[in-house]
Design a protein around this ligand. Structure first.
Ligand code: GTP
Ligand code: MG
Length: 202
């Protein structure tokens, strides 16, 4: 599962405007600032293919990237708090949900959860929404390189992941596949690529 080529294709704000070549695709979604664009860069081993920022609200469109001329990685705007006007965030939420419900070449959603902090209610709600709409998902825990000192009230990524899965179990029949990652150390990169290759071959 090697990446030989990765190129930006286009930015869209409507599902109808997304590339029409029918290539299978995987979309990265999650709270603003969770590390979607950084993970995309880590996967393709490019520092600035997708634009990242310390400020939540950087990615504002449906951004398509073509990989090896045979599939797409899609970077999306985040949900939850962001340094952008409320109307704009409402727009993002509308067009991303429309994209999830109507994009026929979408193979699976990769739902990113910050692994360095305890589970957030909004993430659970998002997972439930995807589940209710029967949109296949994989859970990606990000920032697993960040370890807060326990004596400062911090929790370890392993505990956060376990807690989130526990909550997910109360809502779903089965826990979706999940992978622990870091865009700093590239933890989980190979596992993600392998998983995507398997999903493409179904
Ligand atoms: P929006 O586009 O605003 O929704 O954010 P995003 O989810 O695309 O996040 P982005 O990739 O822009 O990263 C947000 C911040 O988190 C940046 O300052 C990154 O450097 C940092 N970050 C992302 N991934 C990791 C990670 O795995 N580990 C650590 N320590 N920091 C990370
Ligand atoms: Mg982004």
């Amino acid at each position: 599962a090697q990446i030989k080529e990765a190129e930006f294709v286009k930015s869209s704000t409507r599902t109808e405007d997304c590339p029409s070549d029918g290539l299978p695709e995987f979309a990265l979604v999650g709270r603003s600032n969770v590390g979607k664009s950084s993970l995309l860069n880590s996967i393709v081993r490019r520092k600035r293919l997708a634009l990242t920022s310390k400020k939540p609200g950087k990615t504002q469109c449906i951004n398509h990237f073509r990989i090896n001329d045979s599939w797409h990685l899609v970077d999306l705007p985040g949900y939850g708090y962001a340094a952008a006007p409320k109307e704009l965030r409402t727009d993002w939420a509308k067009f991303t949900k429309d994209y999830f419900l109507n994009r026929s070449s979408l193979v699976s959603v990769f739902l990113l959860i910050d692994g360095s902090i305890p589970a957030k209610k909004i993430d659970l709600e998002y997972a439930s929404w995807l589940g209710q709409n029967e949109i296949p998902m994989t859970l990606i825990f990000t920032k697993c390189d960040k370890r807060k000192k326990k004596k400062n009230g911090g929790t370890r990524p392993e505990e956060n992941v376990e807690d989130f899965q526990h909550l997910i179990r109360e809502h779903f029949q089965a826990v979706p596949p999940w992978i622990m990652t870091s865009s700093v150390t590239n933890q989980g990169r190979d596992e993600i690529l392998l998983h995507m290759a398997q999903l493409r071959n179904y």
